[in-house]
Write a protein that binds this ligand. Structure first.
Ligand code: COA
Length: 149
């Protein structure tokens, strides 16, 4: 398993992973993955991209917003999510930003484990946060530091 920043030739694959993993969401605009730093995870055998994650740097440059994190269903439970999560955390820290924020929903136990295992804590519940009306659980880490790195 390896992680790296995506390049232009990954765009179609990453959009496909998005469509599989977030079937309820409309596609991102054409320039989305060029604008937001995105990290991909590859499997070792054929070097196939099996997951990705993006971050959004707040214009104040004091906050990193975590956006999509997705692993193809057949590769879940093998730590790809953990690797992507931690690589994203490091990418924010490399920019000198130690306040990181992300969201998920109550049923998404794997995602909650990823936040908890990486030093985040639940700071707020926001009713109707998601387009389908689901409550958002907002997780923050103001130290930016990795627990398991
Ligand atoms: C969330 C997601 C990225 C996790 O990817 P993953 O590669 O399966 O993650 P990992 O293998 O690193 O496992 C993460 C945690 O989930 C746990 N987990 C793995 N399989 C699990 C299962 N079947 N049920 C519950 N928890 C499970 C792992 O044990 C790990 O926690 P731990 O370290 O405390 O043991 C992936 O499930 C996904 O793409 N989901 C769809 C998109 C999504 O919901 N994205 C997040 C939106 S906020």
């Amino acid at each position: 398993m390896a992680t790296r920043f995506m390049n232009e030739s990954d765009d179609n694959r990453v959009r496909y992973i998005f469509a599989v993993c977030y079937p309820e969401r409309p596609p991102h605009p054409p320039t989305w993955f060029q604008v937001h730093p995105t990290i991909v995870a590859t499997e070792d055998v054929r070097d196939t991209v099996v997951g990705y994650t993006s971050l959004i740097i707040d214009p104040s440059e004091k906050l990193v917003h975590y956006r999509d994190i997705a692993v193809m269903p057949e590769y879940r439970g093998q730590n790809f999510g953990m690797h992507l999560f931690q690589r994203r955390q490091l990418a924010g820290m490399d920019l000198g930003i130690t306040s990181h924020v992300g969201a998920t929903w109550a049923e998404n136990k794997r995602m909650i484990r990823l936040f908890e295992n990486n030093g985040f804590h639940l700071c707020q519940r926001v009713p109707g946060y998601y387009p389908d009306g689901k409550e958002g659980l907002i997780f923050v880490n103001h130290g930016g530091g990795l627990i398991h790195a």
